[in-house]
Ligand binder design. Sequence first.
Ligand SMILES: *Cc1c(COP(=O)(O)O)cnc(C)c1O
Length: 368
Amino acid sequence: MLRMTIGPTRIAPSVLAKTALHPPAINDPDFLKTFAECTRDLRVVHGIEKGLMHIIPATGTMGMEILAASFAPPRSRVAVFSTGMWGDRWTESCRRMGLDTHRISVNARGPIDYGILAETVAKHGIKTIFCTQVDSSSGLILDLYEIGRIAKKNGAMLLVDGICGAGCEKMDQDGWGVDVLLTSTPKAVGVPCGLIMISTSDRATEFLKTRAWDPWTFSLDLKPWVPVMEAHNKGEFGYVQSPAGNLVNALHEGLRLIVTEGVGPRTARHERLRAELHQGLERLGLEILVKDPQYRSNGVTVILYPQGRDPSFIGALLKNGLMLPGGTHPEYGAKTFRIGHFGNVTPEDISTTLSVLEKTLKETAQSA
Ligand SMILES: *Cc1c(COP(=O)(O)O)cnc(C)c1O
């Protein structure tokens, strides 16, 4: 069975092997060294030289809430530039936290108009902007350079969910002026679910250290982690909540694979595989949700069901040995299915995916 899923993605055997080892003691010197090496490699993957790396046990959703709870002052105005279900979820989190939330919704098929975000931020004096680099419900990728410029011009803090980007898209946190970048293990990084990675620029770390208010939550506040992570970044011991030791070991191996291949070559490889997949889909007459290739991500492709097919098509694919996730976009979810082609993906995975799609399209042609 080939699983072209979005999370978990295909995980390298050497990464999986690490998860089976007994978790290390939290003050074991070897573990502290491993932790520090993770923060070092993470800087490369996130494209940040200075700043502070945080590696915390949580799901991606909890990571999004950590960002909102830790950086948006109570009842303040925030903007969410939403390119799909993840932006909408962030909007809902912000609403529940009592923030004055301005959601700017982008059509899943494109194009992306950054001007509307700039207008909203300027008009309402917004100082906190949330956005998703790649939304896995639409497959849209944002130009973070553009959004970074808008944030800078308005003196706003930019917080980015890069969960479907880190490991398969270009990441330049320093260059783009992203204050806080969130990623997680189960997607492009190719490590089992359970850890989030947050890098804070010096400005964002300072914001936490000098913050005059406390959020309503302790467990989802990043501030108590700051001294702990300052220690861990240097290979020293710190504690506020338990680390997930065996996942840190797995992440160490996952990041090592990325850094050894090189972020640039790895991103280029994912781009080539994406191009191959998209050419193949076109040949089969399948329509990709995002119309203009400039807005398409390297790791997630969302496809409209062809004429006469519905979600039962996923079952037909499954019978032929291919597991694909269904759609999740608030508007297009029921009309789409998806392919996750990041993590430890190979050219053979792409060709098998295309041949199973072709076969299944033929088999289901009569009913269509
Ligand atoms: C998967 C995903 C998340 C959150 O994932 P969890 O299931 O909460 O771990 C957040 N953002 C994006 C873009 C995702 O694809």
